[in-house]
Design a protein around this ligand. Structure first.
Ligand SMILES: NC(=O)c1ccc[n+]([C@@H]2O[C@H](COP(=O)([O-])OP(=O)(O)OC[C@H]3O[C@@H](n4cnc5c(N)ncnc54)[C@H](O)[C@@H]3O)[C@@H](O)[C@H]2O)c1
Ligand SMILES: O=CCCC(=O)O
Length: 534
């Protein structure tokens, strides 16, 4: 296999690589690999930065005393440590959640609503600090991190409004004299496992509905980005959320052990996971031992289709938003861009022009629009996807190489044209800043291409033909469709996939259903005294 460097050099030599986008000029860039160290972010409230985790209302370390290192993805530097939990630590967190359940499940929806509302407000009051933490550990630019804080807090606001409306139903019975009604009850202790790409929003999208329903929580924060979740736990404490209701477990190397502990524990009644399809399958297998309720938000491979009748500028803006958000590291990022022949050349040109204006660099630096990728493994995958496409005849229009002078985890935002179905990008999620553009001629052809994948999370298309809008929205085998927009994320919208992108819906009025069980009560004898009773 070719090394990353040789592959990237080969790509950089492509004659079609016509120009480079603006680079951010970092005065402190090291020449070999990593950029030089950056100071820790100056928080308005330094007590939000933790090196312990929150279990049973207390800040604790692992019983073994072990910790793991957290790195700034932009510099590769160690920026702190967190407790390396093991099975026993995790079991203790589950026990705390179990002990807190009987009283928390009895609270009224209105009480839980007030707690969530307070937590929401504390997030908004501390938004600047939370955003700095997100940028520091995830790398995304500060403006994006600020956007994420609002997005994340909005899940608490949303579910604060849902908590008091956990209505059951009355149902006419088929048996004369009987009456039927239903009650929605919290499922119990829930295990939540979230990824690094949204260190705040993926956590709140799960904890919000869990608390609204009256569940208690054991949440495994991502090893790459544990600080934001810890800061959220500090704010939960300040909001008055009772001890044991929220427990955060942290790990890096021991993550599979923690996953196994959560998924096989008889005390945990539900697991909600956001992450890759491969890990999802493993967790599903393990969860079968105790037949848990599950919600899985897994990987995607979103088609992004531009028909000849589209508004070209809107389609380009949509592609920028969908493809390059978080440097391509969201599960709903466009992965395969299909453009109809009539607009193909102009779309490629206009998209490349937009990308040329990007500024890649350290997330807190002025004007930076795109940060690093999360790991060197991610750089390797992106590089492989580009070199695979180039080796099979695609042409790099802009970008195409790692940005070694910025650090080991930066990659040029890239536009590639003349993509073909046999290339890796056609079938694998790139999870990086590479826009591969395929040409198509007919509607039937593009629908077949778009659906030719095992996963089905998001899909996008641009068209001004209202009949086509209905036709394509219905034809795409995905859980979410963006029509004439590249941004679909909204706490009010049901978020989730089909096929191997998982099941369950987060956010929206449906989100809380993932955390309740419906109990049916049949009242016999029309409510009359039973025979034999006085
Ligand atoms: N559908 C969605 O809403 C959504 C959102 C974000 C990311 N994703 C997907 O996640 C993937 C990228 O994230 P990733 O590489 O971090 O995914 P990943 O599956 O490797 O990790 C996700 C989370 O699971 C944990 N994890 C990993 N192995 C585990 C195990 N054996 N037991 C328990 N926990 C385990 C990780 O620590 C992390 O917290 C992409 O495929 C992306 O599409 C999906
Ligand atoms: O990466 C997955 C989540 C993205 C989102 O909620 O917009």
């Amino acid at each position: 296999m070719r090394s990353i460097l040789s592959a990237s050099r080969a790509i950089a030599r492509q004659p079609t690589c016509t120009s480079r986008f603006q680079r951010n000029t970092l005065p402190t860039i090291a020449t070999r690999g990593y950029a030089m160290s950056r100071p820790a972010p100056k928080l308005n409230d330094p007590s939000l930065l933790k090196d312990k985790t929150y279990v049973n209302g207390e800040w604790i370390g692992a019983k073994s005393g072990k910790t793991f290192e957290v790195h700034d993805p932009a510099t590769g530097e160690v920026i702190g440590t967190m407790p390396e939990f093991d099975r026993a630590d995790t079991e203790a967190a589950i026990a705390a959640a179990q002990a807190a359940l009987p009283s928390f499940r009895k609270t009224t929806g209105r009480e839980r609503s007030r707690l969530l509302r307070k937590w929401y407000q504390l997030m908004m009051d501390n938004a600047d600090d939370l955003a700095k933490l997100i940028t520091w550990e995830n790398g995304k630019p500060l403006a994006d991190a600020n956007g994420e804080v609002t997005y994340a807090a909005n899940f608490f606001e949303w579910f604060a409004e849902e908590a008091p409306r956990l209505n059951g139903a009355t149902i006419p019975s088929s048996v004369p004299g009987n009456r039927i009604f239903t009650i929605k009850e919290p499922v119990g202790v829930v295990g939540l496992i979230t990824p690094w790409n949204f260190p705040a929003a993926m956590v709140t999208r799960k904890i919000g509905p869990a608390l609204a329903a009256g569940c208690t929580v054991v949440a495994k924060s991502p090893g790459e980005t544990p600080f934001t979740a810890a800061a959220l736990a500090e704010l939960a404490h300040r909001a008055g959320i009772p001890k044991g209701v929220i427990n955060i477990v942290t790990s890096d190397k021991n993550t599979p052990e923690l996953g196994k502990t959560i998924t096989t524990s008889p005390a945990v009644k539900k697991v909600s996971f956001t992450g890759s399809t491969g890990v999802g399958k493993l967790l599903m297998t393990d969860s079968s031992s105790t037949l848990k309720k599950l919600s899985f938000e897994l990987g995607g491979n979103a088609p992004f289709i531009v028909f000849d009748d589209a508004d070209l500028d809107a389609a380009v803006a949509g592609a920028v938003a969908s493809k390059f958000r978080s440097s391509g590291q969201t599960c709903v990022c466009a992965n395969r861009i299909y453009v109809q022949s009539g607009l193909y050349d102009r779309f490629v040109e206009k998209l490349a022009e937009k990308v040329r204006g990007f500024k890649v660099g350290y997330g807190t630096d002025e004007g930076v629009t795109h940060g690093p990728l999360i790991s060197e493994k991610a750089i390797k995958k992106v590089t492989e996807h580009v070199s695979d496409a180039v080796s099979k005849g695609a042409q790099v229009v802009i970008g195409g190489s790692p940005l070694r002078d910025l650090g080991a985890r930066f990659f040029e935002p890239t536009v590639i044209r003349d993509m073909k179905p046999g290339m890796k990008i056609a079938s694998e999620e790139t999870f990086g800043p590479v826009a591969g553009i395929f040409r198509f001629d007919t509607e039937a052809e593009v629908v077949a291409l778009a659906n030719d994948t095992d996963v089905g999370l998001a899909g996008y298309f641009f068209s001004r033909d209202v009949e086509r809008v209905y036709r394509i929205a219905e034809a795409l085998e995905v859980g979410m469709v963006g029509v004439n927009t590249g941004l679909i994320s909204d706490p009010a919208a049901p978020f989730g996939g089909v096929k191997e992108s998982g099941f369950g819906r987060e956010g929206s009025v449906m989100g809380i259903d993932e955390y309740v069980v419906t109990k049916m009560v049949t009242l016999g004898n029309n409510g009359q005294p039973l025979q034999g009773s006085s």
